[in-house]
Design a protein around this ligand. Sequence first.
Ligand SMILES: C[S@@+](CC[C@H](N)C(=O)[O-])C[C@H]1O[C@@H](n2cnc3c(N)ncnc32)[C@H](O)[C@@H]1O
Length: 302
Amino acid sequence: MREGYASRTAEQNALFRTLESSRPEGRRLFEDRLARTFLTWPLTLVARLALVPGLRRFVPWYIDHRWPGVRSSVVARTRLIDDTITASLGAPTDQLVILGAGFDSRAYRLPGMRRTTVFEVDHPNTQATKRRVLEHALLAEPTHVRFVATDFNQRGLDSAMAAAGYSESVRTFFLWEGVTNYLTEAAVDATLRWCSRASPGSLLLFTYVHSNVLARPSEFIGTERLFASLEKVGERLTWGIEPKKLPAFLAERGLSLESDVGASEYRERYFKDAARKMRGHEFYRIAIARVGKHAAQRSAER
Ligand SMILES: C[S@@+](CC[C@H](N)C(=O)[O-])C[C@H]1O[C@@H](n2cnc3c(N)ncnc32)[C@H](O)[C@@H]1O
C-alpha cells in the first residue's frame, strides 16, 4: 500500500459493489448502500457515469474489458460471503472478525449483525479513512463494532485483539477477504495459527490466489494489465498457494479445509448461464476452513 493512503484495491472493490447495487432490484446480487460513500475521485465519477442512461451497461463492460474477470469475481464472492455469514451466525454471543476489512459494510447491512460483536481489523491507513467516512454516513455510532488497527506483516493479533475484547472461547466467524495475496508468508502463517486458537467449530473464510499466477502470470488472462495496475497503487500480489497443497497447509496450522472454489465456480453459482462468457481471474479462490484439532488431524491423515 502507498504510505499514508488507504488501500486502493479496497476502494476498487467498493466501486464494484456500488455498481452492482445500482442495478435494478431483482437483478442485482446484493445491495450495499454504503459502498458509494467510500469512493473518492475519480471512482465517484465512474459510479455516477454508470447511473446515466445509455452508460449503465458501458461502465461495467469497459471495466471487464480492461481487467477481465476482476469485477464479476468480486461481485459473486461478495454474495457468496454474505450468504455464508448469514447462514452461520446464529447465537447472539457469536463474534465476527473481519481481517483486512477495507470498505466491507457487512457489519452495517447484514441482518442480525447488531446482535453480534464485530471486530474490523485493518491496516491503520485504510481503517482511519473508513472510520472518517462512517462517522458521516451512519446515523449513530455502531456500538457492536470494534476497530483494531494493525499491520499483519509487522505484528501478531494476540494483544491487540485481546485489548479490543475478543474472546477465544466464543464461536467465531473469521472473514479474510482479498487480503492474503498482499501479505508475507510469515504473516499468513501467524494469522492462521492465531485463528486456529478460537473455539472449536469456528469458521474461517478466506480468499487466496493460485501460486501459479505469481510464478507464471502470462498463463492467465488479463494479468499483464492487472499486475501493472496493482504495481501502480503499491499493492502487488505477494503470496499464493497451490490448491492441492492447501488441505495440508491448513492442517499443520490447526484448521481443516471444508471447501475451496475458484472464480469460474462461484461466478457460475450466482451469474448462472451468463458466467459462461466471463473470463479472467480464475486464479482467485475462496476457501472455507473449520477450527478443530480432530477435524484438522483427520484431514492431514487423508
Ligand atoms: C483488496 S482490499 C480487501 C478489502 C475487503 N476485505 C474487501 O474484500 O473488499 C485489501 C485489504 O487488506 C488490507 N491490508 C493489506 N495489507 C495489509 C497489512 N499488511 N496489514 C493489514 N491490512 C492490510 C488493506 O488495508 C485492505 O483493506
